[in-house]
Design a protein around this ligand. Structure first.
Ligand SMILES: *Cc1c(COP(=O)(O)O)cnc(C)c1O
Length: 360
């Protein structure tokens, strides 16, 4: 396979994503998707009014200005707020602390209703809706209940808005599927990939698009409809070779099949942590989990930020040879997909012991 050939990617991508634009990191992959979505409407509508984006509460899409604008995590974006473009914000299903103060599944995913309301009122203004399928990573491994993503796809279709799926974290097996979109049979209009694309070894990212989006960029030379965006390392051959080697490993080792057992074993191991007195919520999807620590389990009262409980748990774990990271007071377990059963067991044991020792 020729380096840079998109066929390996389009063969495994959700249906309809036939075109690939390469770049070098996740933020850029998102930036490109935002620009493509914006330009798509500029070039297909006579008097374009679709210039805004809808994104979700707790979203993280990267550190460049466009991706920060659609992101929400305050500590990352607060200082730059005056420079960011306005984004409409729909509630992501953080069911443990439901933004609508309801509970799943009794709520029948009422947060989709809020999104629909927004789309109904302002559809003429919305270029695209950006979402992290499967789970919101940086927000604390917030896993979306089944059906949510499908609902977002249904609504974006209904109201004529493009859907951008940011699978920079979820893509390439993390959720147990090649892409989180696959779990719900969803095909977005634009798909952002990075991190796992090369197994994390070399920087490479990709923004995939449908024929429909792609064809809006075709025209005579003097119409200048092309997508004028290019970095020095766009489609870097070494990155592409690493990505192809990584996809070969997925095939050769049947990684997705092998993951099934590891995912259910992780679920069992997490059950054993769930009963600790300061564990408020455990959220797992595929081979990723967030363990949210709280001061008071009954009221879900968080620890004061300056106690840095999550950070201290992770520092404690290092003493036993386990490197994990917190997101606030949520302990993240995101082991390599190739992790062995006994290693998972050790990871869970150390995590449990350190939480017991530190979280009081
Ligand atoms: C990490 C991440 C990004 C940014 O990717 P970089 O390669 O760090 O620029 C964007 N979106 C999501 C969901 C991520 O997890």
């Amino acid at each position: 396979m020729r380096a840079g050939s998109p066929r390996r990617l389009t063969a495994i991508a959700p249906k309809g994503l036939t075109k690939v634009f390469y770049s070098d990191d996740g933020s850029t992959a998102v930036e490109i998707a935002l620009k493509m979505a914006f330009q798509y409407w500029e070039q297909t509508k006579k008097k374009n009014t679709k210039k805004k984006f809808i994104a979700f509460t707790g979203a993280y899409h990267g550190d460049t200005f466009g991706s920060m604008s659609v992101g929400e995590i305050d500590i990352f974006v607060r200082k730059y707020r005056p420079l960011l473009f306005e984004t409409l914000r729909a509630p992501y299903p953080y069911c443990y602390r439901c933004p609508l103060k309801m509970s799943h599944p009794g709520c029948k995913t009422a947060c989709l209703g809020v999104l629909e309301e927004m789309l109904r009122e302002r559809r003429g203004e919305i270029a695209a809706c950006v979402i992290e399928p499967g789970f919101e990573g940086a927000a604390g491994m917030i896993t979306a209940p089944p059906g949510f993503l499908k609902g977002v796809r249904r609504l974006t279709r209904k109201y004529g808005v493009l859907m951008i799926a940011d699978e920079v974290a979820a893509g390439f097996g993390r959720t147990g599927h090649m892409f989180a979109c696959n779990a719900e049979g969803v095909s977005p209009d634009l798909l952002c990939l990075a991190k796992g694309l090369t197994g994390g070894y070399l920087p490479l990212a990709a923004t995939l698009a449908t024929d429909r989006v792609y064809s809006a960029f075709l025209g005579k030379h003097d119409q200048f409809k092309a997508f004028f965006h290019g970095h020095t390392y766009t489609g870097n051959p070494l990155g592409c070779v690493a990505a192809i080697a990584n996809l070969d490993v997925f095939e050769r080792e049947r990684t997705l099949d092998a993951l099934k057992g590891r995912i259910s074993f992780l679920r069992e191991l997490l059950d054993d942590i769930a009963d600790l007195p300061h564990v408020g919520d455990i959220r797992q999807t595929g081979l990723v989990a967030g363990i949210e620590l709280v001061k008071d389990r009954a009221t879900k009262e968080p620890y004061p930020a300056n106690e840095r409980v999550g950070h201290r748990v992770c520092m404690e774990a290092r003493k036993s040879g386990l490197m994990i990271r917190p997101l606030g007071d949520t302990i993240v377990l995101m082991p390599p997909l190739s992790i062995k059963g006994h290693e998972l067991k050790k990871m869970a044991r150390i995590t449990r012991e350190c939480i017991e020792r530190i979280a009081r």
